[in-house]
Structure formats: structure tokens, C-alpha cells
Unconditional design. Structure first.
Length: 132
């Protein structure tokens, strides 16, 4: 059966609760995503068969991200575990007249150092009908 393959960085989004700025908050929530992963999860939600290729940190945060991705039925067999940390971004959600603000922390992330030999491309792309 053919599938859609997505390739991109898995990011952890850290947000404050209740539209607060970080300097106003003492608690946060976290989510996992990334442009290509979000596309893959959406396709899986519509019943499509999806595999995601990426690199995540080789620690409990990376495993938590992979577990989150699996919940949506996305194949994670081609996600590489790597010694660098997972990419993170911080989001302050808009409130009234204040716009949302974002700060990325992706330098030297696990995905930023991914190299072609780290992925078994023959296996990762088998049965793929579309690469995003």
C-alpha cells in the first residue's frame, strides 16, 4: 500500500497558559509539531497512511515526541535518535491587542545535524507515493 512520507524537524512548542506572557506565568504547556509533521498528522487524521522521517533527541523528550506522533497512526520507524537536543520554540499567544510572539531555539538541534547516511533511505522511502 502506498503512503505519504513527510520529512522535517519535530519541534517542542512551549506555551504559557491563559494568554499570559512568560514573565507573567509560572506554568507552561507543551506540544509537539513542525510544519511537515503537522501535514502528516492531518493526512493520517483523514485516513491516509503516513511515515515521518526526522531526527529527535536520544532521551526521554525524544521518546515522548515519538510516542505523541504514534498516537496519530504515523509510522515513526524512520525517525533517528541523535545525541543533540530536540528543537524548541516558545509561544506567547495573543491577547486582546497584543500579537502572539515566538522565539525559536533550534541551533544545534537533533534535526539540524541530520546527515544522509543517518537514515536508511531505501527502507524509509519504500512504498512512498508522495514526499513532503
Amino acid at each position: 500500500m502506498s503512503q505519504i512520507i513527510t520529512f522535517g524537524e519535530v519541534l517542542m512548542r512551549i506555551s504559557t497558559r491563559g494568554h499570559k506572557k512568560f514573565m507573567q506565568s509560572s506554568s507552561v504547556e507543551f506540544y509537539f509539531g513542525g510544519t511537515e509533521l503537522n501535514v502528516g498528522i492531518s493526512i493520517a487524521n483523514f485516513g491516509g497512511k503516513v511515515k515521518h522521517i526526522s531526527a529527535v533527541s536520544d532521551d526521554f523528550i525524544g521518546e515522548t515526541a515519538v510516542s505523541y506522533i504514534r498516537k496519530f497512526g504515523v509510522d515513526t520507524a524512520s525517525i533517528v535518535r541523535y545525541r543533540r537536543p530536540l528543537g524548541v520554540y516558545f509561544l506567547e499567544v495573543d491577547a486582546v491587542m497584543r500579537p502572539s510572539t515566538i522565539s525559536h531555539n533550534r541551533v544545534h538541534s537533533s534535526f539540524s545535524d541530520i546527515l544522509p547516511p543517518m537514515v536508511n533511505w531505501e527502507s524509509a522511502l519504500v512504498n512512498g507515493s508522495w514526499l513532503h
